[in-house]
Every structure is written in C-alpha cells, then in structure tokens.
Unconditional design. Sequence first.
Length: 168
Amino acid sequence: MTAVPLSMVVNGKPVTAEVEPRTLLVAFIREHLRLTGTHIGCDTAQCGACTIHMNGQAIKSCSIVALQAADAEILTIEGLSAEGAPLHPMQQAFSKHHALQCGYCTPGMVMTALDIVKEYPAPTREEVAHGLHGNLCRCTGYRNIIDAVMSGAKAMSEPGHESMNKEP
Ligand code: FES
Ligand code: FES
C-alpha cells in the first residue's frame, strides 16, 4: 500500500512521517514515534489503555487511523511532565493512592482522568466513576483509582497548578 505524508504536533513537537493509510493512531504513536507509554489492551476500543488527547479531548487511539489525526495536537502520557521534572499532580495522586498494580491501564486512566477534571474541576465520586467507564483495570478494583482522581483533581485546583488544567 502506498505511504501517505502525515504531519501533527505531538507533545508540543511537530512530527512528520509517511504512513500507510490503514495504520492506527496507536500504532503510529508506539511504533513510529516510540512513545510506548500509550498501551494496546484490546485494539477494539473496549479497554481504554490507548487513551490519549487529540485537540484537547480524550480519545481511544486504537479507534482511528493516524491519518485522521493529520494536523492535530496530540498529547500522550509522556507529554504530561518534562524529563527530569516532577510528575504531573494526577500521576503523583495515582502513586500516592496506590491506584495501580501492574500499571498496564494506568497511562490511559490518567489521560481519561485529566479529561474528567477538564469537565468537572471538582468531580464527585459518581462523576469520576462514570467518566472512567470506558477504561478497564484488571487489578485494582477501581476504588483506589477513583480516590486518586479525586485527589489529583484537588491538587490541580490548588494555586500554582492552574496550568496543569490546560494542554501543554
Ligand atoms: S487498545 Fe484501545 S481501547 Fe483497548
Ligand atoms: S493496574 Fe493492572 S490493569 Fe490496571
């Protein structure tokens, strides 16, 4: 199949490549860009492990082809904090609340959590649980994940963290 030129901005950096039209966005992110924090759990838009932000909204990156993200702004888990800098408050909250075991679901959970906080800056437990509906975790039983999102949302609302509510 003929490769097609593609450009987008990923974690604030312009990216250009040639991709086959059938390449999924998640495959482009992982295999071409080597950003392997975005995981593949099911490939059928069920599990949420591949969640990223496209133009400021959480999407499952296995559910579209890379060409559908042409000229888009993409944010992956790697874009949440600069190398060597402290983790994003939402990542810190996941760590503090033991919201992961194997960690496979965690990048997708964090990216979805940030989408929830964008919509509900001070979410209720119900709003968090509802917002995480499309993200599956086989290990934790979800309670600690909801605790972490509540705590991360609170940390993000504190002075000095306002910028964390915006896409980089
Ligand atoms: S890999 Fe995309 S939703 Fe499971
Ligand atoms: S921590 Fe293992 S799948 Fe969620």
